[in-house]
Design a protein around this ligand. Structure first.
Ligand code: SF4
Length: 328
């Protein structure tokens, strides 16, 4: 028995929105999905007319939908943005090489210039080589630290005003949960911000902050967008994987759990007088760091000196070296 679209457009519904429970036809879903992202952008004041915006593109569903929707909204609402694609090639055979082909397809489909920066060029190491050195346990630490800095470097090189990332509501809920479980107050405070910036860094914005992952998949499916969905060969990032599974289980009992956690995270405030790390710049590479020497430089030094585990964890030796900013 066909169900009428709850937006009362006269058509039959083809889906039920996970976020609201509304039953909608394709066109009304597209409109609701896009309009919510537009509201996130305008309420958060994410862009200014004339901004050059780099979309951090991995070829996955989030960044593909982000690039597509930003292009569409830029035209529909005259944002006046120049949109570019910025990708990082970690050097992971069987994963990133394939997903970059999807990004190249995005470049052609959405007519956005694409820049690809590789770990090999920036750091002298591919992730394949790093995993050979350190094994499969801490690979995501290296990869995450290097990627964050690679995006900063790419943004500075391209002289963009802003970097837009595809983090969605589910990603944020996972991150909030992980930071609570780790007791990482500094990150907990930062992670819910829709705009993040540090001294000397180009701001990053999250236009999909309130968008459900399931709806991103639905949107990509009904729009027939081309994206890459294979997992990294070096996954899982075990801790995030547990947080994700836990949230998915909770979602079955309470569908609003993602948004509830997100709103709770936004409302948490830190008691006055709590000591938090201050963010400055690395004395070696000049990029953002809360220590005299940034984590990327410490990890790289460890790799180059044949002591790859040196930058992992919080050993007193590493902390001393970082704080003293000595060469090692
Ligand atoms: Fe990098 Fe780990 Fe993600 Fe693979 S799973 S891309 S190694 S952070």
């Amino acid at each position: 028995m066909p169900v009428p679209c709850s937006a009362k457009c006269g058509k039959n519904a083809v889906l039920k929105r996970p976020k609201t429970g509304d039953t909608l036809c394709k066109e009304c879903f597209f409109w609701a999905f896009e309009t919510e992202i537009h509201k996130t952008i305008t309420t958060g004041n994410l862009f200014q007319p004339g901004d050059v915006v780099a979309v951090a593109a991995s070829g996955g569903k989030d960044s593909t939908v982000l690039a597509y929707v930003l292009k569409l909204l830029n035209r529909r609402y005259n944002y006046g943005l120049k949109l570019l694609l910025l990708s990082v090639d970690e050097g992971i055979t069987g994963y990133r090489d394939d997903s970059l082909e999807t990004v190249k397809q995005n470049r052609d489909d959405y007519e956005m210039p694409l820049t690809i920066l590789s770990y090999k060029d920036l750091y002298g190491w591919t992730m394949d080589e790093i995993v050979k050195q350190i094994g499969r346990k801490n690979n995501c630490t290296f990869c995450g630290v290097f990627r964050r800095q690679a995006l900063d470097r790419g943004a500075a090189m391209l002289k963009v005003n802003t970097v837009a990332t595809g983090h969605n509501a589910d990603d944020l809920a996972e991150t909030i949960l992980m930071n609570v479980l780790r007791g990482d107050i500094a990150r907990l405070q930062r992670c819910t911000a829709i705009v993040t910036s540090g001294e000397g860094t180009i701001p990053r914005v999250k236009p999909l902050k309130y968008t459900y992952e399931k709806e991103i998949v639905m949107y990509a499916y009904f729009k027939r967008l081309v994206y890459f969905s294979t997992e990294c060969v070096f996954a899982p990032n075990a801790y995030r994987g547990h947080a994700r599974t836990f949230l998915k289980d909770l979602e079955k009992i309470r569908p609003s759990v993602i948004m509830d956690i997100l709103h709770s995270g936004e409302k948490l405030s830190i008691r006055e007088g709590t000591k938090l790390p201050t963010r400055g710049t690395c004395t070696r590479c000049g990029f953002v760091s809360s220590q005299p020497v940034c984590k990327a430089c410490v990890l790289l030094e460890g790799l180059n000196s044949g002591l790859p585990k040196l930058g992992i964890g919080k050993s007193s030796k590493v902390n001393r070296l970082r704080n003293e900013a000595v060469d090692f």
